[in-house]
Design a protein around this ligand. Structure first.
Ligand code: ADP
Length: 537
């Protein structure tokens, strides 16, 4: 009972109890790589020895700029298992931001996929603490880049090392990994996870009413390993002995669908924008999913229209989930309670549009502007507060000062909670539209627009209004070749929403800006439409 919860125990378990289970990766090189948990465990030990040779000590930060793949998985286990801190950098950020974050984290070594060589060349002369750059490849593919000082080859490093390594035992509160929030406002801030928080989160992720991960699953995480540890799936796979399929950089609909079918994938996870590309491909080519049974969708609200397509047309169950970097990330998953299962389809879909129930370990409440707790009646909306053993109590290095309020983490999301405990995000507090002192939930308005057959993507933002302060403005990207007018869309809201929530205007754009984690950047849209004159003003 006194044994600390350490990430190395996951690897030991997978090797001992699921040695033949496979990890399949589509590599940056384009080919498919396969090996087993047994093979992986040996290489992870070689890597732990190599980290030692590179001078990595307990607590040092080791950075990665890598896709989902077996070598990234090896880093997950070797770095944390040996007592160092895995810092997954997000390659979709601007080079200036990558430099800022790597300096702030004081990264010592950076491991990168060859795709990111141009980014490495841009940042290498500027970062202050990184003393070696390791290309995740073999000798024959090593780039001859002179712009990168101390460029090393991953497979060479491993080859030189023995495959025995005794995993150290230490306090379970030791830091294991570090992930920065995207910093849509201000500087990014680091969320530092511990072995204990990661292990407890992993148990929760795998539970049946959460992601329901088992040894019978074949999991393809589309959600990147550089964003909040791919929602914990690389750990949950070792805990349960599930088979893993990694897509590498090939995240378009065609490549994903081929991999789903070829490898018999049963479960996947990702943000709504990824599934849009996949569904468009599957629909256009009249394909189906022969093995896929469920997918976790989170990171932004999943439009019910997308859920209906997955479930009704393709027999793939959607698990709507909510979380954030600061909470490891899993907070809630939407799985129905028994009495809800027999409800008519439309009512079930309405429940699934909610972000779901708290997984055990996470406690939720909503509060008003004065911090007073609001009722769980499904109507009152207030700021969502969370607490639990995998929720940060402060940012890395204490940035931003005290973050908890009476022990609760303020999420910045506005939500309702119904009597059954289903939480629904109505907005991010900074995206809220306040019309005549009342909140209008932009996510609801977007979900309705997304149900229109001509709409590919929709964002609802606040536009200035002399009488009401703000009114909703709908920004729409049409599906290729589709025709729809402003009045068509406005009348589409009739009967679907309270009249005063109907958007005052619709503008059509070619694209909506997406952030580094695939979310719509509404702050950019608000900036773009700051001067927008609503009709009748
Ligand atoms: P960032 O937005 O900085 O990338 P995160 O990736 O941690 O940070 O995002 C967390 C936020 O994403 C949540 O606070 C919430 O606003 C939003 N979010 C996550 N999942 C959902 C969901 N299922 N529905 C609506 N919003 C979501």
């Amino acid at each position: 009972m006194q044994q600390p919860l350490l990430i190395s125990s996951l690897l030991r378990h997978a090797e001992r109890h699921h040695p033949e289970q496979q990890i399949v990766s589509r590599r940056v090189e384009g080919d498919i790589h396969r090996y087993t948990f047994r093979d992986m465990a040996g290489r992870v030990r070689q890597l732990a020895n190599a980290l030692n040779v590179l001078g990595i000590h307990h607590g040092d930060r080791v950075a990665t700029l890598a896709w989902n793949g077996y070598r990234h998985m090896e880093l997950y286990y070797a770095v944390s298992g040996s007592g160092a801190v895995l810092h997954t950098l997000n390659p979709r950020l601007h080079p200036d931001q990558v430099v800022w974050i790597a300096d702030h984290a004081e990264d010592e070594v950076l491991f990168f996929d060859l795709t990111f060589l141009p980014l490495i060349e841009a940042i290498a002369p500027r970062v202050k603490t990184i003393k070696a750059f390791v290309a995740l490849t073999d000798r024959s593919r090593m780039p001859a880049s002179s712009a990168v000082p101390n460029l090393l080859c991953y497979e060479d490093l491993l080859d030189r090392q023995p495959d025995h390594f005794d995993w150290p035992t230490f306090d379970e509160n030791t830091a294991s990994s570090l992930c920065y929030t995207s910093g849509t406002t201000g500087h990014p801030k680091g969320a530092l996870y511990s072995h204990r928080s990661t292990m407890l989160h992993t148990y929760a992720v795998a539970l049946p009413d959460a992601m329901n991960v088992s040894a019978r699953d074949v999991i393809l995480p589309v959600v990147p390993m550089f964003h909040v540890n791919a929602w914990g799936l690389p750990y949950a796979a070792c805990m349960t002995g599930a088979r893993l399929v990694f897509p590498g950089p090939f995240l378009d609909g065609k490549n994903l669908h081929e991999l789903f079918e070829a490898e018999g994938v049963t479960m996947s996870a990702g943000v709504p924008t990824v599934w849009q590309g996949l569904l468009a491909h599957v629909e256009a080519n009249n394909l189906k999913f022969s093995t896929m049974r469920r997918t976790v969708i989170g990171g932004s609200a999943c439009p019910p229209a997308m859920m209906a397509t997955f479930q009704d047309r393709y027999d793939v169950a959607v698990l709507h989930a909510w979380g954030m970097t600061e909470i490891s990330p899993l907070g809630t998953v939407c799985t129905l309670k028994p009495q809800q299962q027999g409800l008519p389809a439309a009512q079930r879909l309405a429940i699934q549009a909610k972000q779901g129930r708290a997984v055990y370990g996470v406690d939720l409440k909503i509060v008003d502007d004065e911090g007073r707790e609001l009722p769980h009646d499904g109507k009152a909306a207030g700021e969502l507060m969370v607490r639990g053993p995998w929720i940060i109590s402060q940012y890395f290095k204490g940035d931003g000062g005290q973050v908890l309020v009476d022990g609760w983490f303020p999420t910045g999301d506005v939500a309702t909670i119904d009597p059954e405990g289903f939480m629904q995000i109505t907005d991010r507090s900074k995206d809220v539209i306040k019309s005549g002192g009342e909140w209008i939930g932009s996510i609801d308005l977007e979900n309705i627009a997304m149900a229109h057959p001509a709409v590919a993507m929709a964002a609802c933002i606040a536009a200035p209004h002399p009488k009401w302060d703000e009114r909703p403005l709908l920004v729409v990207v049409k599906k290729p070749g589709a025709q729809v007018s402003r009045t068509d869309l406005i009348s589409f809201y009739e009967g679907r929403i309270a009249k005063w929530w109907t958007p005052d205007d619709v503008v059509f754009v070619d694209a909506i800006p997406l952030g580094a984690t695939g979310k719509m950047q509404k702050n950019k849209l608000r900036e773009q439409f700051r001067e927008h004159r609503l009709p009748g003003i």
